[in-house]
Design a protein. Structure first.
Length: 448
């Protein structure tokens, strides 16, 4: 329950911040262009609270926190007194209208750039993408990728971490690309990687297992580091430095093996074979049942791994302010391109629509990232902010991109669209949006 509330808190704070950023872009640009703003709303539906400023703009918080809007003075929506018509949006010049429309998505991209700049200036420790094992006859094996090689580039994307590997694989999914690897002596090789059968991961699939590789960081020995007080492990007699050799006669070669086995044996007695000070012992232990945000049950005995400090598997990514800003701009561009590429692949059927996520998945991601620390939460918000910016630029009526197209067409045809025409456009736009929202909600509920 506490984890669920944590996720809801992170979702409201994170998404609320991004909505404010987006709507502030519209709001500030409208005022700079001399257009009067009537309402600045965070959320839709019933008004929860509001106040007015000196310019009589209402600032509102509404019940449904899944978006927001900036309502401007506009003669097409309501009669406007002659004295105020100069401040109406519909009378603004085309460049002002387009600037106001684009300001929201651009504010989201700016937020992403600022977030990535902060992350790079603070510095983060990442796991170097060194391969531990390669599954025979897999995609990786067919590309002649070998254990202990480091992935340094996939396609045109330079790789520094496993997160970079994931994003590069998603970007090139459904096609073929090149992969550049480096062995332990620094020898670089380029190979062909066939990703036509590789699909972007969901919560049920391991993306690296699909590829046929296992990251080297998962090869941590199954040695106990910390035993939590009052947990099943302590009650069973496990101690720090115990090496787990087997669970119910199933060999345990690494920590990851033990975690996977324990998670699937909640409320079941396990016979652990351990090595302690040169002696082999067998201890019975019963994992306690826990549940994740999706309600999925798993077992846990209350021990932590003894971490192996291998400097060859970690690197610090940190940059000076100017270098960080440059890299942040590039990162934001890459994430925007990746988002567009994924959307195109969904439309063409190369990527399943099951990968479209809704607010439940976003809430879960927000909760997990916030629990992992400020850097991870900022990184998560930057990704979501880029997605909001890109989605709002799509040429769909009711979205910013749709408004941009309509205002441009009005300028070309030298007359505004009639109310009936606009109504038709907006009905089409709402139809597309509701379809996408239905799929996203359906996917979220299916995962539950």
């Amino acid at each position: 329950m506490l984890t669920f509330l944590y996720a809801i808190f992170a979702f409201i704070v994170g998404l609320g911040a991004l909505i404010i950023v987006h709507e502030a872009g519209h709001f500030l640009t409208a005022r700079a262009c001399g257009v009067r703003v009537l309402v600045f709303s965070i959320g839709f539906g019933r008004k929860l609270c509001s106040f007015f400023d000196k310019k009589n703009t209402e600032y509102r918080i509404a019940l449904i926190p899944l978006g927001g809007f900036v309502k401007m003075l506009d003669e097409r929506e309501a009669p406007v007194p002659a004295a105020e018509q100069a401040y109406a949006f519909n009378r603004a010049k085309l460049w002002k209208k387009l600037s106001i429309v684009l300001a929201g998505p651009l504010a989201n991209f700016l937020f992403s750039i600022i977030a990535y700049t902060a992350i790079l200036m603070i510095g983060t420790e990442v796991l170097i993408p060194v391969i531990g094992e390669v599954t025979p006859h897999s995609i990786a094996a067919q590309a002649q990728i070998k254990p202990n090689e480091e992935i340094v580039q996939i396609g045109e994307i330079n790789i520094q971490s496993w997160q970079d590997v994931m994003l590069a694989l998603i970007s090139h999914s459904g096609g073929e690309t090149t992969i550049v690897v480096k062995d332990h002596v620094g020898q670089v090789a380029q190979r062909e990687l066939d990703l036509r059968q590789w699909q972007p991961p969901d919560e049920e699939t391991d993306p690296f297992a699909q590829l046929g590789i296992e990251p080297k960081y998962t090869h941590i020995p199954a040695v106990v580091g910390v035993v939590s007080a009052g947990e099943p492990a302590e009650k069973a007699g496990l101690k720090a430095a115990d090496k787990i050799l087997a669970a119910d006669a199933h060999p345990i070669k690494k920590w990851d093996d033990f975690v996977k086995y324990t998670r699937t044996h909640a409320n079941q007695v396990m016979q652990l074979t351990i090595l302690r000070e040169g002696k082999t012992l067998v201890l019975p232990v019963t994992p306690v049942e826990h549940a994740d945000l999706d309600g999925k049950k798993y077992g846990k005995i209350g021990i932590e791994v003894k971490m192996v400090n291998d400097p060859g598997l970690h690197r610090i990514i940190k940059a000076s302010p100017m270098i960080a800003l440059k890299k942040a701009v590039i990162k934001t561009y890459e994430m925007s391109y990746l988002t567009l590429k994924l959307l195109f692949k969904m439309i063409t059927g190369n990527v399943s629509l099951s990968h479209l996520s809704g607010p439940i998945a976003i809430a879960k991601g927000a909760g997990v990232s916030l629990q992992s620390g400020l850097i991870h939460f900022l990184d998560f918000l930057a990704i979501i902010s880029v997605s909001l910016g890109v989605l709002n630029l799509l040429p769909i009526p009711v979205l910013d991109g749709g408004h941009f197209v309509l205002y441009t067409l009005e300028s070309v045809r030298r007359k505004p669209f009639s109310n009936s025409q606009l109504s038709y456009f907006y009905q089409v736009g709402f139809g597309i949006l509701f379809t996408l929202m239905f799929i996203a909600f359906y996917n979220d509920i299916s995962r539950l």
